[in-house]
Design a protein. Sequence first.
Length: 75
Amino acid sequence: MTNQKRINPPDGTGSLILGIILIVVGGGVLIERFTGFRVWEYIWRLWPILLIIMGVKVLLDHNRMKKLAAQEKQS
């Protein structure tokens, strides 16, 4: 068995994204209820953007973890 340190992912990013999603959903419901403007039609058309944003986040996190692992190895 080797003694390896486990590098934890950056804290707070998951909760930040969840908070943003809740704000967008709540804002959409509020706008639709008070104005009658169909917010969900536009969100439904633009949902692939969410996939792109999530993919960019995964790549950035992977790159950040790779750099941290390299720094740990050097120290």
